[in-house]
Design a protein around this ligand. Structure first.
Ligand code: ZN
Length: 254
C-alpha cells in the first residue's frame, strides 16, 4: 500500500518550464525547437496553415518531429503535443506571392511581396492564447533581424513590445524567446551543431524545408530546394559560410 506522505511531490512550478515553439518545419524553427528542448522540461509545437501555396513545410513538420523523437533520446521525452491552427483567413486579407501564384519580387516600399503584413503579430497572439490554455509561459520563435528580408514584425523591439502587451492582456507573464534574433544563418548552423551535433544538422538538411517554391526534387549540400529563390540563396550562403568556418556579419549571440 502506498503512503501518501512519501509520494513524490508534484513540481509546483512545472508549468513555468513549459514552452510552445512556433514550428513551421523550416530550418529556423527546427533550430528553435532544439534550443527549447535543450532548456525546457516540456515543449509543444505549433504550426499554422494559412493557405500557403505549397504544403511542403507542413508535411516536413511531422517528419522532423518523428526524426527528433527517434534519433535524440535526450529530447524525445520532452517533446509534447503538436498543434496546427487553421489561419486560412490570412489568404483572404493578403495578396502576396506566398499565398498566390505570383513571382517573388521587391515592392516599391522595399519589402518583398512575400510579406504578409503583421503576420508574426497574429501568429504570436494566437500562440500566446494557446500557450495560456496549455499551461506554457514561454513562446519560442525563429524571428531574426540579422538576415531578415525587411519584415518589421520580426524586429526585436516589435517582439519586446508584443511580449509586454501579451503579458498584460493575459494577466500572466508570457515570455517571447527568439534565440536566432541576432544570429547569421551561418551561426544558426553552428548553434544547431552545438545543440545536437552533426547528426542534428544532417536531420535539418534532409528533413526541413525552406524553399519558397516548394521544390523538393533537387538535393544540395545544404538541403532540398530550387537553389534560386531568396530563401534557398540565404540558406545556401549560410551553409557555405558555416562550412568555411568564418561566419560573416555583425551578429553577436545574445
Ligand atoms: Zn528555392
Amino acid at each position: 500500500m502506498s503512503d501518501a506522505a512519501t509520494a513524490p511531490i508534484p513540481a509546483v512550478h512545472a508549468s513555468r518550464r513549459k514552452a510552445l515553439v512556433l514550428f513551421s518545419g523550416g530550418q529556423d524553427s527546427t533550430a528553435c525547437l532544439a534550443w527549447a528542448l535543450d532548456r525546457f522540461a516540456e515543449v509543444e509545437t505549433l504550426g499554422f496553415d494559412y493557405g500557403q501555396r505549397h504544403r511542403v513545410e507542413l508535411d516536413c513538420r511531422q517528419t522532423v518531429r518523428t526524426q527528433i523523437a527517434a534519433q535524440f533520446p535526450q529530447w524525445a521525452p520532452k517533446l509534447g503535443e503538436d498543434h496546427l491552427l487553421d489561419l486560412s483567413l490570412l489568404g483572404q486579407i493578403s495578396d502576396t506571392a506566398l499565398t498566390q501564384e505570383r513571382a517573388i519580387e521587391l515592392q516599391a516600399n522595399g519589402l518583398p511581396n512575400t510579406f504578409v503584413p503583421g503576420r508574426n503579430l497574429l501568429f504570436l497572439t494566437f500562440a500566446a492564447t494557446l500557450a495560456y490554455r496549455r499551461g506554457a509561459s514561454v513562446l519560442v520563435g525563429g524571428m531574426c533581424e540579422t538576415d531578415f528580408s525587411g519584415y518589421p514584425d520580426c524586429r526585436d523591439n516589435t517582439l519586446k513590445a508584443l511580449q509586454v502587451a501579451l503579458s498584460l492582456g493575459l494577466d500572466t507573464p508570457m515570455t517571447l524567446d527568439t534565440p536566432l534574433m541576432f544570429l547569421t544563418k551561418a551561426q544558426t548552423w553552428a548553434l544547431t551543431e552545438s545543440l545536437g551535433g552533426a547528426a542534428f544538422n544532417d536531420l535539418i538538411i534532409e528533413h526541413t524545408h525552406t524553399c519558397y517554391l516548394g521544390e523538393r526534387k533537387t538535393r544540395h549540400a545544404w538541403g532540398w530546394g530550387c537553389g534560386h529563390c531568396p530563401a534557398c540563396e540565404l540558406r545556401a550562403k549560410g551553409w557555405n559560410e558555416f562550412q568555411l568556418g568564418k561566419p560573416a556579419g555583425p551578429a553577436v549571440a545574445p
